[in-house]
Design a protein. Structure first.
Length: 64
């Protein structure tokens, strides 16, 4: 994975993570709290994996 692709993965992962948390607020289905369901938990897990893959790719590229 190139540095540009790794950075893009990190940016996309962070954006996805933020969207999952803000989705409840965007749809205005909240009652003052963010309520994460199963789909949200899966979305957060995917976002974190994408972020970690990008960070790992950058670390691997910079070490060698």
């Amino acid at each position: 994975m190139s540095k540009k692709t790794a950075l893009a993965a990190i940016v996309v992962g962070v954006a996805l993570n933020n969207y999952v948390y803000l989705h409840d607020l965007i749809l205005q289905k909240h009652e003052g709290l963010i309520d994460l369901g199963t789909k949200s938990a899966v979305g957060i897990a995917v976002a974190v994996v994408v972020i970690l893959a990008g960070v790992a790719a950058l670390a691997r590229d910079s070490s060698g």
